[in-house]
Design a protein around this ligand. Sequence first.
Ligand SMILES: Nc1ncnc2c1ncn2[C@@H]1O[C@H](COP(=O)(O)OP(=O)(O)O)[C@@H](O)[C@H]1O
Ligand SMILES: [Mg+2]
Length: 261
Amino acid sequence: MPVVSTFCKKGGVGKTTFIGFMAHYYANAGKKVLTISVDDQNSIFKVFGVEHKIFDANDNYLEFLLANHKDMGDILIEARENLYLIKTLNSDKLSLKLTLERNQEKALKKVLDEYAAYFDFIFIDFPPSSSRLSEVLLDMSDMILLVVGLDSLGLGGFFNTIQYFIDNDIDIEGIKYILPNGYSRNRRAPRISLEKLEMQAREFTPNAIVLPALQERSIIKNLQSEGISPFDDVKLATNYDQTAKEILLAELREIFNHLSL
Ligand SMILES: Nc1ncnc2c1ncn2[C@@H]1O[C@H](COP(=O)(O)OP(=O)(O)O)[C@@H](O)[C@H]1O
Ligand SMILES: [Mg+2]
């Protein structure tokens, strides 16, 4: 089943948030979804308010599976119905092993293939830093969704990402979608950034579809600080919040309608 990755060479642009929303959206639609964090921060756990599960056991990390100390089911952490997470502890070491030992790459591929037999989707949440692990997993992804932050005129991470792909021989055509994140009608920088991004995407990633922009919305941070995903069926305390959540949901569904995974 498809391996879908969110990537950007810049931090804080919304990779983890968006892949978390995507995972929950498909899980609610009845798909079995696995999201692997290859970011040691494991911030995907925060999107679902399950960060206490990061340290509840000290051997249920991806690395322990690859070292044959664990079985595939042992490291899955349930975040929601149909939605499982995998955490990482020491991805630098795994990266080094991937560089030093050729069979590690095969082992990692085997792990992905085995999980793929059980899940409808495998999503991978990357850190912004460079590593052998990231390169290998980006190569193994069926599609890459590039998240670009719009709040700076420097096009939050777009050019760095292209540069990184070229330098490391990762296929730019793997980038199937670009999500502009942080749009705001009332601020000049995001507006200009979005125009620039559409222009640059035509030149550098002509095969990628630029999705409708996700707006900058304070409800996203508010929900995340409570550990609530917008796809959780909960009534929020105030009417204002409830309305903001519903507007966000409609916006996300519209974006997901443009994806064919
Ligand atoms: N569209 C948005 N509007 C407002 N806040 C957002 C939006 N997207 C993401 N955020 C917030 O920005 C911060 C960084 O997002 P995150 O997904 O962790 O980025 P990354 O994974 O790229 O480092 C988080 O606090 C998140 O809640
Ligand atoms: Mg992240």
